[in-house]
Design a protein around this ligand. Structure first.
Ligand code: 9UX
Length: 72
């Protein structure tokens, strides 16, 4: 069954930043949905724990160049 993760993402200054984060998350296996909100510095991800986990998603956000913290 799916799980939800919410991240604080620091450093995004435009909607293209948010778009690149979304795209990177969606390239991972086991992602159902990713929504990145540049105005509120948040990323919400629905994923399947058999294929990916909170930390792999967090590291992917950081690989794009933004500081990410798991909130819940
Ligand atoms: Mo444009 Mo957003 O280079 O950081 S993608 S400002």
């Amino acid at each position: 069954s799916e799980r939800k993760a919410l991240y604080s993402v620091i450093g995004m200054t435009c909607s293209a930043c948010a778009g690149s984060v979304e795209k990177a998350i969606k390239r991972l296996p086991g992602i159902k949905e990713a929504v990145v909100d540049v105005l509120n510095n948040r990323a919400q991800v629905l994923f399947y724990p058999a294929f990916v986990n909170e930390e792999a998603i967090r590291e992917t956000i950081e690989d794009v160049g933004f500081q990410a913290t798991l909130m819940q």
